[in-house]
Write a protein that binds this ligand. Sequence first.
Ligand code: 3PY
Ligand code: MG
Length: 260
Amino acid sequence: MRINPLKQRHEPIINGWLAIPSSYSAEIAGHQGYDAVTVDLQHGLIDFAAALTMLQALSSTPTTPLVRVSHNEPAQIMRMLDAGAYGIICPMINDAAEAQQFVDACRYAPQGSRSFGPARALLYGGKDYPQHANQQILTLAMIETHAGLANLDAILDVDGLDGVFIGPNDLSLTLTGQASAESQHPEMLNAIERVLSRTRACHKLAGIFCTSGEAAAQRIAQGFQLVTPANDVMQLTHAARHAVATARGEVMPVRSGSGY
Ligand code: 3PY
Ligand code: MG
């Protein structure tokens, strides 16, 4: 089976994030040097048919294809793995039982309950995909709720969970009442530091969504091992605004807290 380089990478993982339903955008992103690129089925405007073509496009590039599913639903997770995703990011994980259900959905028996029918995963991963998929598929649980934060240690204890990925907008929304990816609210700063230190103490992968390359560099310096330097919508918006402002000789408009 094609090895998943994210499973043994010791350098920080730079992860692109696609919300635009386009195989062309996916292909462009895949050629920009990202270690991984995530197709976002939660807040991206992407259905299964578009996701499939995006995973095919990513396969023609050096990056590793991941999917963020819309929710913790075994059938959707199974379909995205069958379509060739090499890892799943699952939103809104609140406790160990939910984390266990998520991991089970990503693993064939006897470790889990993923149904057999690897489809396109055989083409991308190789003929021996079924024998090695349980070891190669990356599983990241999103911590972005009060409950997820409170149950963090139990979530991290779940065998087969490779790490966690902080959704700072949702976490900030539940902790402070305001969605903000780079919040400086003391509760958010404490929460993020706690997730980072507990995750690293468990020798698992600590990831976080960021609004820019600069913010992502700061997260790496803080100790995060997987960062997303904004999604395609934010990058396109920022680049377009910058071009328009520059052409008009104006000062660049300031970005909002959520990154959008
Ligand atoms: C969040 O910030 O809540 C996310 O889920 C990132 O996409
Ligand atoms: Mg979120």
